[in-house]
Design a protein around this ligand. Structure first.
Ligand code: FES
Length: 201
């Protein structure tokens, strides 16, 4: 378990650094590798990146909207709907997930069914192509069965009923699944670390 946490920490830190590197490269703000490394370390410390490892028991909260920051109850998301969520207190990009309430009978492998809760299933919202935020839609869309997850940047499509496998576009691998459970108060909580590394490898 400790080894898993260590690996998750390293993965999260790698992701954070990669995201920041892409951002810096995009705006041309850094003129030397040494300078970039120093700036990244400072930002990671200030953002508490090392304290944001997702762990079992973390309550999921709404990431956007009028109820942003509020805990997500099982009853908060109706069947066929989804929400962007964070583990509470760990609101960094690599922890952003899409929490979906699907028909449990429609969930099949490679979805890890033990990591779902009465149709509630969560996947990383960070596209595995170049790191854009993925959206959820229950509407039909050309080239995709519905419901589906889609990335607006280069039109990657993922099937949330089958482990968020890639069903279209340039993404190289499925979106990582985050184990979830419902506690005795009906709150949706994290049940373990992401199944695979988050984001762009
Ligand atoms: S970043 Fe998602 S398809 Fe390119």
């Amino acid at each position: 378990m400790a080894e898993e946490r260590d690996e998750q920490t390293q993965d999260n830190m790698k992701m954070g650094r990669r995201t920041l590197v892409r951002w810096f490269i995009g705006i041309g703000a850094v003129s030397s590798v040494a300078g970039l490394s120093s700036v990244l370390s400072t930002i990671e410390r200030e953002n508490g990146v090392t304290d944001t490892v997702v762990q079992a028991g973390d309550p999921l909260v709404f990431a956007v909207g009028t109820n942003q920051g509020e805990p997500i109850m099982y009853s908060s998301i109706q069947p066929g709907q989804g929400a962007l969520a964070y583990p509470r207190g760990k609101e960094v990009q690599e922890n952003l997930v899409l929490l979906l309430h699907l028909n449990s009978a429609d969930l099949v492998e490679p979805t890890v069914l033990e990591w779902t809760a009465d149709g509630m299933v969560a996947y990383s919202a960070i596209c595995t192509h170049l790191g854009c935020t993925v959206n959820f839609s229950h509407e039909g869309m050309e080239g995709a069965e519905y419901p589906h997850l889609h990335c607006p940047c280069h039109t990657a499509l993922f099937n949330p009923q089958q482990g968020a496998e890639v069903v279209g576009g340039p993404a190289p691998r499925a979106l990582p699944q985050l184990p979830v459970a419902v506690d005795e108060e009906g709150m949706v909580v994290v049940a373990g670390p992401f199944g695979t590394p988050v984001g762009v490898l």
